[in-house]
Design a protein. Structure first.
Length: 328
């Protein structure tokens, strides 16, 4: 039963997102609807379909007015790793009221990307606005900005932004200059000073893996920069990022801004409504980076802050690798 629940949670694009029904129109043509607006249809089938227009209005049309569009044979081969998924805009929402520093998100991210604790892409910090205010836990990852400073300063085009909003790194192209790390105002990038080590790669099957800007679960490359990538290899399989599926408290929501829909695996909600109801915000918006990660304030908390203290160490966001495990 648990495996079935996990599977259903991960199929975030296939769980009937009625709010984002526009995505289902990709294989349908509306050429007949124009005639419907000008004249009545005498061949009505009586069966209604609910579709969304380009301005976001839900309309009901007779099923006889909708015809399937046949795509070219090369349609599925047009995906380009540096272009991404057209007509998509991936976003994440982090609910600070739910986070208790369980670090399940970080552990899952490390495991699936074969990275060590010191180089964790996702870090959870203890935050406190003032000494008289209550502290809270704050997960931090790459913001996947719409106006990313890291892309601007990269001299070899190793860091790039895709059409679907993801900012990725081509480690085969990266020269390790770390200009991107200096330019990032969120300090979410890490530098690989050494190889991942046997504790990471010992049980890996490398025979069917090739380097990719999407990372695709490959180990890090020495002398290059890494960061959170929103798990594009999981997205391509209609699955949620690993941090979302592993969090026991539903802290992370992920989805498509164009569809105005996000989900944490247990519930699916309108992005705009969630941000309005919970006063969502983005970090350092005044810089003009336009982050794709939104935060919900830590109000009306669902967990106790003290529960996370057992996994927290001052000045350390992650558990360091022991000297015996450190790569040379």
């Amino acid at each position: 039963m648990e495996d079935k629940n996990k599977s259903s949670r991960r199929k975030f694009l296939d769980n009937g997102l009625k709010l984002g029904i526009v995505s289902a129109i990709g294989g349908l043509g509306l050429s007949k609807i124009t005639s419907k607006l000008n004249a009545s249809n005498v061949d009505s089938s009586g069966e209604k379909m609910e579709l969304m227009t380009t301005d976001g209005t839900l309309i009901q049309v007779d099923s006889s007015e909708v015809m399937e569009v046949t795509h070219a044979k090369e349609h599925d081969k047009k995906y380009n790793v540096r272009e991404g998924n057209p007509n998509r805009k991936f976003v994440m929402v982090v609910d600070l009221a739910k986070c208790k520093n369980a670090l399940k998100c970080q552990n899952a991210c490390n495991k699936h990307h074969y990275i060590t604790g010191e180089n964790a892409w996702l870090k959870v910090y203890k935050m406190q606005e003032e000494k008289d205010t209550a502290p809270y836990w704050m997960p931090m990852m790459c913001m996947h900005c719409d106006q990313p400073a890291c892309v601007t300063v990269c001299p070899v085009d190793a860091t790039f932004k895709r059409k679907d909003g993801l900012v990725l790194i081509d480690n085969e192209r990266c020269i390790g200059c770390r200009f991107c790390m200096a330019a990032c105002p969120y300090s979410t990038r890490v530098f690989n000073w050494g190889e991942p080590g046997q504790e990471v790669t010992l049980n890996m099957d490398m025979t069917h893996h090739t380097p990719s800007p999407e990372h695709a679960g490959m180990p890090s490359i020495k002398g290059t920069v890494d960061k959170c990538d929103f798990c594009p290899h999981a997205i391509d399989n209609n699955e949620l990022p690993h941090c979302v599926t592993s969090c026991p408290n539903g802290v992370f929501y992920f989805g498509d801004k164009y569809e105005d829909t996000v989900t944490n695996g247990d519930e699916t909600v309108r992005l705009s409504q969630l941000l309005e109801d919970k006063s969502g915000y983005r970090l350092m918006e005044g810089l003009g980076t336009s982050p794709s990660v939104y935060y919900l304030p830590p109000v009306d908390r669902l967990v106790d802050f003290e529960d996370g203290l057992k996994d927290f160490k001052e000045f350390e966001s992650v558990e360091p690798v022991s000297p015996a495990e450190k790569p040379e």
